[in-house]
Ligand binder design. Structure first.
Ligand code: IPE
Ligand code: IPE
Ligand code: MG
Length: 272
C-alpha cells in the first residue's frame, strides 16, 4: 500500500513517480486538418506509444492515461464505436511490445459496460504483464472519479457490515479505490487547453501538481513531456506546510559536515 498525501507527507523528487494525463484535443487536431475526428484519435494512439516510451526512458514508475470517460458515451454512437475499435486494436497489437519492454498494463473503470471481447482482452493483457516492474501503464476506460469513490465505499461497507459508517477512515477506504496499487499522481497533465478535471481521479489528485498545456494530444511528444517534467521540478510542494518549514527541514537534513556543491540548484528564496 502506498501512503496517502493527507496522512503522510510524500518524499520529494525532481522526477515524478506517477504522471496522470487527460489526453484531450484529438478532435480539434483532426478538424484543423479537415480530417474526420477518427483520424485525430488514431494519431492519439501514436502519441500514447511515444509517451509510454518516454516514461520508460525517464524512469517514471506510473503513467495513467484517461482514454474514455464515463461521460464519453454521450458522444455520437459512430464515434463511440470507432473509439472501441481503436481500443480493441491497441489491446491486440500493442500489448506484446509493452510486455517486452517490462510494462505492466492495468485498466481501471467500470469495465462491465464494454463488450465481452474487450473485457477478455483486458484480462489477458493484465495477466500477461502483471509481474513487470519497469513502468505501470494504467488506462482509465469508462472511468469516472465519482464512480470510483462510490464503488470503493460500497465495497468497504459490504466488507464491514458490523461497523458504523462514522468509524471509517481514509486509510480504510484507500485500498478499495481503483488505483490502490499506485502512489498518488505527482504530476497531472491536461492537453488541449481546457482547465478542468472532467471527473478524472478526483480522490487521488488532492495534492497533485496540475499542468495545463494548449498542445493538442496528437502533437504531445517527448519534448512536451520533458517541459512538463521541468515545470514540475520547479514546484514547491508544501502539503500544507510553510515554505520556511521546508527550508529549515532541508538545512537540518543536509548535515553539519556537508559542503554544498557550488553549481547545485538552490531552492532558497531570494526574498526570504
Ligand atoms: C480526447 O480528444 C479523446 C477522448 C475524449 C476519447 P477529444 O475527442 O475530446 O478531442 P476534442 O476535445 O474534441 O478536440
Ligand atoms: C476528457 O476529455 C476525457 C478523456 C480525455 C478521455 P473530454 O474531451 O471528454 O472532456 P470535456 O468534455 O471537454 O470536459
Ligand atoms: Mg475533448
Amino acid at each position: 500500500m502506498h501512503n496517502s498525501s493527507t496522512l503522510v507527507v510524500p518524499e520529494a523528487s525532481s522526477i515524478p513517480r506517477h504522471v496522470a494525463v487527460i489526453m484531450d484535443g484529438n478532435g480539434r487536431w483532426a478538424k484543423r486538418r479537415h480530417l474526420p475526428r477518427f483520424a485525430g484519435h488514431q494519431r492519439g494512439v501514436e502519441a500514447v506509444r511515444a509517451a509510454v516510451k518516454c516514461c520508460v526512458d525517464r524512469g517514471i514508475g506510473y503513467l495513467t492515461l484517461f482514454a474514455f470517460s464515463s461521460e464519453n458515451w454521450r458522444r455520437p454512437a459512430e464515434e463511440v464505436a470507432l473509439l472501441m475499435e481503436l481500443f480493441t486494436g491497441a489491446l491486440t497489437k500493442e500489448v506484446a511490445k509493452m510486455h517486452r519492454n517490462g510494462v505492466r498494463l492495468r485498466v481501471i473503470g467500470d469495465l462491465r459496460r464494454f463488450d465481452s471481447r474487450i473485457q477478455s482482452l483486458i484480462t489477458e493483457a493484465e495477466r500477461l504483464t502483471e509481474a513487470n516492474t519497469t513502468l505501470t501503464v494504467t488506462i482509465a476506460a469508462n472511468y469516472g472519479g465519482r464512480w470510483d469513490m462510490l464503488q470503493a465505499l460500497a465495497r468497504l461497507v459490504k466488507d464491514n457490515p458490523e461497523r458504523a459508517s462514522g468509524e471509517f477512515t481514509e486509510a480504510d477506504l484507500a485500498p478499495y479505490l481503483s488505483m490502490s496499487y499506485a502512489p498518488e499522481p505527482d504530476l497531472f497533465i491536461r492537453t488541449g487547453g481546457e482547465h478542468r478535471i472532467s471527473n478524472f481521479l478526483l480522490w487521488q489528485l488532492a495534492y497533485t501538481e496540475l499542468y495545463f498545456t494548449d498542445a493538442l494530444w496528437p502533437d504531445f511528444g517527448a519534448e512536451c513531456l520533458d517541459e512538463a517534467i521541468a515545470w514540475y521540478a520547479g514546484r514547491e510542494r508544501r502539503f500544507g506546510r510553510t515554505s520556511e518549514q521546508l527550508e529549515s527541514g532541508k538545512r537540518a537534513s543536509s548535515g553539519a559536515g556537508d559542503v554544498a556543491s557550488p553549481g547545485a540548484p538552490r531552492r532558497t528564496r531570494a526574498n526570504a
